[in-house]
Design a protein around this ligand. Structure first.
Ligand code: HEC
Length: 146
């Protein structure tokens, strides 16, 4: 009996072809896509945020990658820790935000977040991120940030 073509397998074939074609850019494309889908609604597509409610994610996060508290903080903020992404996907999104929007403030050398770090820290979601930020970075004006 003749059956109509399975539309889903056609779509998967197209998706696989597209992924092969994109090749090396697949990581950045996926991370950017996940950023736009899961973070951009609040932090805006260009990461500039909506001050004072939603902080900007541009040009200031680099120094946080130098301490364990800072690295943890990046994925302990509720928007990141509770996002429906795997540890690896969240790692890629945050590293993408760091490289894409914070190149000017990244330390040299820059150590990207690892999947293990993300898995460990995101379990300890912060109930009061502002307070935590003030405790570990007292020299940064919280008013300016939020
Ligand atoms: C529902 C809105 C919302 C979404 C979605 C969201 N955030 Fe946030 N984000 C906030 C708010 C509000 C803050 C300020 C701290 C707080 O109150 O949680 C914040 C703070 C942050 C901070 C700390 C910035 C700083 O300078 O202290 C980072 C990093 C961050 N978010 C990353 C992300 C990432 C990555 C995603 C996506 C996986 C994301 N956020 C999704 C609203 C959001």
């Amino acid at each position: 009996m003749l059956r109509p073509p399975n539309i889903f397998s056609l779509w998967s074939a197209a998706a696989i072809l597209l992924m092969c074609h994109v090749g090396g850019q697949a990581f950045a494309a996926t991370a950017k896509f996940n950023y736009l889908l899961h973070c951009g609604g609040c932090h805006l597509p260009d990461g500039s945020g909506v001050e004072p409610e939603v902080p900007s994610l541009r040009d200031k996060l680099g120094p946080l990658t130098k301490s364990p508290e800072g690295r943890g903080y990046l994925v302990q903020v509720p928007g990141a820790s509770q996002v429906p992404l795997t540890d690896q996907e969240l790692r890629d999104v945050v590293n993408w935000v760091l490289v894409e929007y914070n190149a000017s403030s990244l330390p040299e050398p820059f150590d990207p977040l690892t999947t293990d770090e993300v898995g460990k820290y995101r379990k300890q979601s912060l109930s009061d991120p502002l307070e935590y930020r003030k405790r570990f970075w007292p020299d940064e004006s919280a008013q300016e940030m939020y």
